[in-house]
Design a protein around this ligand. Structure first.
Ligand code: ADP
Ligand code: MG
Length: 387
């Protein structure tokens, strides 16, 4: 892909300017979209992601000492990590690096240091998962550079451990899985219970996928995320005591929800059950080329995330509601953790620029925020090139 090759060449030059040598490897990992199946991964549901042409790129060379020196272009800072010594991260991106290095060494060896330069164009904190791109690019790089003996699914799980243990976010596997294992031009059907996936062509004819970025990111997103994890787990536990055949989230049927007395927990579980079904229904709708139905399911997903799961926000709701009045909009919903970030939308291709000049000014006049709109390609998952 020419766009990616050009970027790699650029970053390689930046690495050379910084470290006075050529890189020996370049690791690339993409951000992702998720068509449907939101907030289902950590409860072992289904989802339908794809990687997009926004990447984290890391250039690498070995050193002959025990020092790991990493520069981040986005943050304009450099960290120095001494193997075998305590490290105190002073910026968020360094926590990811520390996590990757230390988790990698739990099962594998890093026998000498390295220099690295990180660049990225995955928008940060926008629900397209720049953090997973960073984790996957780093873990894949370490695996190649230090001959780690683990498969892709273990790599993805290692990356999840970074979020859990070093960032304190109890996230599922969606983001890392999509970043590592996506295939160009395909959507992925992901099953988090069996940890398996398949690819399919989801033809969208005269339509295209579009992201609209609210440019809002709320601090409470992290705490609300943990709250939803806890609420749904409490729901499962209660259901299990009421009906012993319910052992896993996937054992819960829509009728079981009525067994729950706590209204809040009931809504959270309802989101899981209905959202999981929507992923199945969306796959079928694609199979039968019923794009109107795909659009409807996206809108239902948004309603569920807004009313039952309560992870949306006024900006996201505005974008979806306003889009409904646009002729050529088939459906859309908030994407990612929520409380800001992007919406994902199905819009008629020939009306894309019209949509842009409709939705962005409307958003600006309502919130006084310059939103952003992105079309994108679906690309291959992570890769490491060795020179
Ligand atoms: P999201 O994953 O939705 O984009 P997160 O808050 O989970 O948002 O992750 C964003 C964080 O990931 C950034 O604050 C930064 O620490 C790290 N990160 C992502 N991309 C880069 C990059 N290109 N360079 C350095 N750090 C990055
Ligand atoms: Mg993230």
């Amino acid at each position: 892909m020419q766009e990616l090759e050009n970027l790699k060449q650029n970053i390689s030059n930046k690495f050379t300017n910084t470290f006075n040598e050529s890189p020996e490897m370049i690791s690339v990992a993409p951000g992702r979209i998720n068509v449907i199946g939101e907030h289902t991964d950590y409860n072992l549901g289904f989802s339908m992601p794809a990687a997009i042409n926004r990447w984290v790129i890391i250039c690498f060379s070995y050193r002959n000492d025990n020092i790991i020196k990493i520069s981040s272009e986005s943050f304009g800072s450099t960290m120095e990590y001494h193997l075998g010594k305590h490290f105190e991260p002073s910026q968020s991106w360094m926590q990811y690096m520390q996590g990757a290095i230390e988790i990698y060494q739990r099962t594998e060896k890093i026998d000498r240091g390295f220099n690295a330069y990180i660049w990225g164009n995955v928008p940060l904190g926008s629900g397209v998962s720049s953090s997973a791109a960073l984790e996957v690019a780093t873990m894949a790089l370490l695996r190649t550079a230090y001959k780690g003996n683990f498969d892709d699914v273990s790599l993805v799980i290692n990356c999840q451990k970074i979020e859990h243990e070093y960032l304190g976010v109890k996230s599922g596997l969606l983001d890392q899985y999509a970043s590592q294992l996506s295939k160009a031009g395909k959507l992925m059907s992901l099953d988090f219970q069996s940890l398996t996936h398949s690819y399919f062509d989801a033809a969208i004819g005269k339509y295209c996928w579009v992201l609209v970025n609210t440019k809002v990111k709320r601090e409470l997103a992290g705490s609300k995320y943990s709250e939803r994890v806890e609420e749904t787990q409490a729901g499962l536990k209660t259901l299990n005591t009421l009906k012993s055949t319910i052992k896993k989230f996937r054992d819960i049927t829509i009728n079981d929800i009525d067994l729950l007395e706590n209204k809040v927990i009931k809504k959270r579980i309802k989101h899981f059950v209905t959202e999981n079904q929507r992923v199945i229904d969306t796959a079928k709708a694609f199979e039968t080329n019923n794009l109107d139905l795909v659009g409807k399911l996206l809108l239902q997903s948004h309603e569920s995330l807004k009313n039952d799961y309560e992870v949306s926000c006024v900006e996201l709701d505005f974008l979806v509601e306003k889009s409904l009045q646009f002729d050529g909009f088939l459906g859309g919903r908030m994407m990612g953790g929520g409380f800001g970030g992007c919406t994902i939308n199905l819009v008629e291709k020939t009306k894309l620029s019209q949509y842009e000049s409709y939705i962005l000014p409307a958003y600006k006049s309502r919130f006084n925020i310059e939103g952003e709109i992105y079309a994108f390609d679906m690309v291959d998952g992570a890769s490491v090139e060795v020179f």
